[in-house]
Design a protein around this ligand. Structure first.
Ligand SMILES: Cc1cc2nc3c(=O)[nH]c(=O)nc-3n(C[C@H](O)[C@H](O)[C@H](O)COP(=O)(O)OP(=O)(O)OC[C@H]3O[C@@H](n4cnc5c(N)ncnc54)[C@H](O)[C@@H]3O)c2cc1C
Length: 327
């Protein structure tokens, strides 16, 4: 899709390194564009649009409850922040999926996902006493809560040198069950990922703990990919509702392709029907002012900067950019 967009650069303009930081509404409350922030020049752009499709992905990089994450650096809930201020209804926002087997050691790999295939091939989860404590093929939520309880309630986890806790995922069992060389053949990427740090997972088990993986809730959409704000469509992980408050593995094609197509087609229909044309009156950020008043009324003095764009791993990162209207 990216190649296709680039091939059609006369019709489709791509603005790199310029994330959206606020949605714009028209006088009738319809979504009519967005403000973008150029990360290189630090300029703001106003982009007018007849319809907008929000597809900013999940929120793993918020590190909810201090968990590591499998997500890329862009997964900072920007879409939720912008849509919430614009008045979009949210759904199941308190629900998040933890992948049971995220890496705990070595430190360079913390949070990275160890595929379910490892347990599918016969690996078991083992505590510090060498005991199996959970059937290895439970759904993600059950598997994750078993591991957390084993470590935090029963104290049967294994500590890493810098004080993280985890349980063993006994990958050598795969070799015992299926023969020598199976780990390397079936799990080449994981094998290399650990070998780089001197760990041979065909001979030594991996240390794992749940990692923040998927945002279950998000922008409420209907079957057409419409949000509750006219002119704003949405698809992908930023939305809530396709799979409810929980999720089995592997349904993102539904989120992305089925609802992406629907959102795109319906946004185009909306424009063709003339609903998004000639925004009535000026474009406005009144919804942001309203949101700030609500914050003040609630006694929130130093709000976290949002949208965050990139996670705050360096303390000075966000100081340069506060709210849009102070720029
Ligand atoms: C390691 C890993 C393995 C996975 N494996 C599977 C699997 O096997 N099967 C499965 O079904 N699902 C899997 N998932 C889940 C699935 O990959 C995601 O749910 C899916 O990719 C989300 O797609 P998306 O298009 O909604 O968001 P993303 O792919 O996250 O894309 C969102 C894009 O929006 C950009 N963005 C964010 N904020 C802004 C902003 N303010 N302005 C402009 N752009 C912005 C981001 O930089 C990013 O490019 C996996 C996820 C991970 C992390």
């Amino acid at each position: 899709m990216r190649d296709e967009a680039r091939n059609r650069s006369e019709d489709i303009k791509v603005l790199e390194f310029s994330p959206a930081v606020e949605l714009l509404l028209d006088a009738e409350g319809r979504c009519a564009g967005a403000i973008l922030y150029n990360l290189e020049t630090k300029e703001y752009y106003i982009v007018k649009a007849k319809a907008v499709v929000m597809a900013t992905g999940g929120f793993g990089r918020l590190h909810i409850q201090g968990f590591p994450t499998t997500n890329h650096y862009g997964a900072t809930a920007d879409g939720i922040v912008m849509a919430y201020r614009a008045g979009v209804k949210m759904k199941d926002l308190d629900s998040t999926q933890y992948h049971p087997t995220g890496v705990v050691y070595p430190e360079q790999n913390v949070g990275l996902l160890i595929t379910e295939k490892v347990r599918g091939l016969g690996s078991q989860l083992i505590n510090i006493d060498g005991e199996e404590f959970c059937f290895p093929l439970e759904p993600r939520d059950i598997e994750s809560s078993c591991i957390i309880k084993e470590c935090l309630e029963k104290g049967k986890g294994i500590m890493t040198p810098i004080g993280r806790v985890g349980v063993w995922l006994d990958s050598p069992m795969i070799e015992a069950l299926h023969g020598e060389g199976t780990v390397r053949k079936e799990l080449p990427a994981k094998y290399i990922q650990f070998k780089r740090y001197g760990i041979d997972i065909s001979k030594e088990p991996m240390l794992v703990y749940p990692t923040l993986h998927y945002q279950n809730g998000g922008l409420q959409i209907n079957a057409n990919g419409e949000t509750t704000v006219p002119g704003l469509y949405s698809a992908g992980e930023v939305t809530g509702g396709v799979h409810g408050r929980n999720r089995l593995m592997g349904n993102s094609l539904l989120d992305i392709l089925v609802f992406g197509r629907r959102a795109g087609m319906n946004a185009a229909e909306y424009i063709k029907a003339g609903k998004g044309q000639k925004a009535k009156g000026k474009l406005t950020l009144e919804h942001v002012e309203k949101f700030e008043k609500e914050l003040k009324a609630a006694g929130v003095k130093e709000p976290v900067v949002g949208p965050m764009i990139l996670p705050e791993y360096t303390p000075d990162h966000v100081k340069e950019r506060r709210w849009v209207e102070t720029a």
